[in-house]
Design a protein around this ligand. Structure first.
Ligand code: GCO
Ligand code: MG
Length: 415
């Protein structure tokens, strides 16, 4: 079974998605997500200009060999553009293999290990009343685990927080309160401001209020988006201990993994990291020294199913679990892939889940379901996701950027 075509599809049903569609000579079709938020066209070019032609005529069944061919063969290893491109090829080939077998993809990964993948949603508000409303909305929608982000007194807008008072703000370029809102379109990134001391003072008061209102049971998560130094992160982890977080995410910048050693020395708050990591090598120190509790890499940016499964197996040796990145800038193809993997692996932890817009679901027609707090992949052959060209034609690419962040004196900061 040979690969006959590899098409790179860029569409924008509210936000931009890059999708690879591989078709075999006997007519099987597989999809892979290659979306890199704010840098989409770089991946589209890598796939179109440097990979597509290499795939034609290859045996579609040889997934591992194709992965090695693209990774080792490029010489220029790692990086989000390369690894998102390889991920899309890998995922599309797994989709095809499962369709040929007539099985949902998770069956090829060992079958179900659980009834569903526990999901967490994004609740946020500029102040406590708005935050509480948002948590209630999420609970009403069935969520059983909640990420909590709020505004900080003195700052106009904060990453991951959106509300009626501050429409449009959101960490992935969409409103976190109303997940289905479109990406912010602008010729240049929106600028936000940041004050770490105000944040460190405010965060524990928010979690105290949330625990008082919602009780001790509800799993709560929080994302610091790489903004702290190790000692600040240690202080935050310690100050949040009484509120029993499920995890504290991305406390320090991802480049320096050793920073987490300092954080770990000081706090028992569980740590999650990895949404911007793209290979198994990024985790070596973190796993072997048991510095983290959850792996955040998405299939889309970490080289596909072949590579992420290896990362999870390595993590399992150290009792570290999955916590796959799943904001709306991961397409339904990427989310479906995470669910097939998540339902099969032994060390599943939790899955991030923000609902996509209606237009996005119309385009990709995902068959996964969300019920009682759990996400379950579709039971048809393959990934259970489609691509409707007619719908895509109505939603052409439009440039959109993630925000940037400055300290109050104007210095650029991690956002
Ligand atoms: C999360 C993330 C995202 C990222 C976004 C960047 O935990 O969901 O921090 O929202 O900011 O995916 O494109
Ligand atoms: Mg995050």
């Amino acid at each position: 079974m040979k690969i006959a075509s590899a098409e790179v599809l860029v569409s924008s049903p509210g936000r931009n998605f890059v999708t690879l569609r591989i078709t075999t000579d006997d007519g099987f079709v597989g999809l892979g997500d290659a979306t890199l938020n704010g840098r989409e066209l770089a991946v589209a070019s890598y796939l179109r200009d440097h990979i597509a032609a290499l795939l034609i005529g290859r045996d579609a069944h040889q997934i591992e060999d194709t992965w090695q061919y693209l990774y080792r063969g490029a010489y220029w290893r790692r990086g989000p553009v390369t690894m998102a491109s390889i991920a899309a090829v890998d995922t599309a080939l797994w989709d095809i293999k499962a369709k040929v077998a007539g099985l949902p993809l998770y069956q090829l990964l060992g079958g179900k290990s659980r009834v569903g993948c526990l999901a967490y949603g994004h609740a946020s508000g500029v102040d406590l009343p708005e935050l509480f409303d948002s948590i209630h909305e999420h609970l009403d929608q069935g969520y059983r685990a909640i990420r909590v982000q709020t505004g900080i007194p003195g700052l106009d807008s904060v990453y991951g927080v959106a509300s009626s008072k501050n429409a449009g703000a959101g960490d992935s370029g969409v409103s976190a309160r109303y997940d289905h809102e479109p990406a912010r379109r602008s010729a240049v990134p929106v600028e936000e401001s940041w004050d770490t001391r105000a944040y460190l003072r405010h965060a524990p008061t928010v979690f105290e209020a949330v625990r008082n209102e919602f009780g001790p049971e509800l799993p709560l998560l929080h994302d610091s988006h790489h903004r702290l130094t190790p000692i600040q992160a240690a202080k935050l982890g310690k100050s949040l201990e009484p509120y029993d977080l499920f995890w504290l995410e991305d406390v320090t910048p991802a480049e320096n993994q050793a920073a987490l050693r300092r954080v770990r020395e000081h706090t028992t708050t569980p740590l999650a990291i990895g949404e911007v990591f793209n290979t198994i090598w990024d985790y070596r120190e973190l796993f072997e020294e048991q510095l983290i509790d959850y792996v955040r890499s998405p299939v889309t940016h970490a080289g596909g199913i072949t590579a992420l499964r290896r990362i999870f197996d390595y993590a399992a040796v150290y009792q570290i679990k999955s916590g796959v990145h799943g904001p709306t800038d991961i397409s339904p193809v990427g989310l479906a892939t995470a669910l097939h993997l998540g339902i099969a692996i032994p060390n599943f932890g939790i899955q991030e889940y923000m609902k996509h817009s209606a237009a996005t679901d119309e385009l990709f027609r995902p068959t996964y379901s969300f019920d009682g707090g759990y996400l379950v992949p579709g039971d048809g052959p393959g990934l259970g996701v489609d691509y409707d060209d007619l719908v895509a034609d109505a939603h052409p690419y439009e440039g959109a950027y993630l925000p940037v962040n400055r300290l109050l004196d104007g210095s650029m900061h991690d956002w």
